[in-house]
Write a protein that binds this ligand. Sequence first.
Ligand code: NIG
Ligand code: FE
Length: 399
Amino acid sequence: MKLTGPFTQLLTMDNLPERGKLSDDQLEIIPNAGILHQDGKIVAIGNFEQLCKENPDAKIEFFEGDFVCLPGMIDVHTHICWAGSRADDYAMRLEGKTYLEIAETGGGIWSTVMKTREYSFEELAALTVERAEKLYRQGITTIEVKSGYGLSIDDELKILKAIQLANKKTNAELIPTCLAAHMKPKDFPGNEREYLQYIIENLLPEVKKQNLAIRVDIFVEKGAFSITDAKYYLSEANKMGFDAVIHGDQFSSGSASLATGLQAVSIDHLEYADESEIEILAKSDVMPVILPGASIGLGERFAPARKMLDAGCPLVIASDWNPGSAPMGDLLTQAAILGAYEKLSMAETWAALTCRAARALRRNDIGVLKKGNKADFIVFKTGNFKEILYQQGQMKPAP
Ligand code: NIG
Ligand code: FE
């Protein structure tokens, strides 16, 4: 048994409403707190002195000075298994070309696919570990990772296996998602629907058999897949037992009813979600995941986070770390900047990175510090939790 503390403040992120707006006074903050844990699980949370007295045999991990403790952050949307760089795309965007124009003229997702295909499974695992460790040092202890830069049966399997290997080598926990439907590969001899049919028949059964992912994602957009094709693909994936997630409303609206109709786990991006779609999402169990890193990376508008919370949505914030639209890879900084522009309370931002994020991965053992949950917590060297978002991502967790 181990007792960690004392923490000047411990934010449990427990007992918060699952959806809608939050104010900071709803946060459960335990002063002078300790966490008693064993074999990676929380045994008790409470006053440090009292836990000390009640558990004289516990090994104490003592924190000298002021510290704030929070649940480890959860990044529910990344694409960190890739090779190469898209700095040239970025420079072209700065000169006025759009993301979709660059994709049409040889850059974009396809250029990363070509590069990633050249790399071995071990090399891709090493790159993924390096990026996962960078996120881990920022306090992100659970990271969703999508495939989607292989776009052939063998290359998608190679990427999913690289994510599986990386998961064994990093301190963070990695959750894989199959994004073979990122775009129709340029070397596929057929249309979008034929490509989707091809992966339904040849890739998804293998992913299932080899237990490489239980989540399937699709990019719904001009230049990627239509709503009709996505509906067909995700319902087939659902029948095979996969959970569905959607890249939707990044540049144009219309995917929300697709997500609710399919009872997708989440719809991610939503920069162009309009009022009627926010209403649809607010009445559903689909988790809206917004990606400020993609807005910052593309110089695009932020998703309407404030409106979503006011309408009663359970907002989640993720980094979307990828070489094209979101090259920064710093979730806390992005969430802090989004919060400043969208006027999110600190409670809303922290919930979007912890307890509400856990629900977007259908997990109930992380994102909240309470008895029985994973002993998955991070600490910052300050006595006031408000300092963390106030410093806009500059303050990182203590190692
Ligand atoms: O979430 N929009 C689609 N996929 C990624 C970008 C991938 C890329 O540009 O390489 C995203 O923004
Ligand atoms: Fe993405």
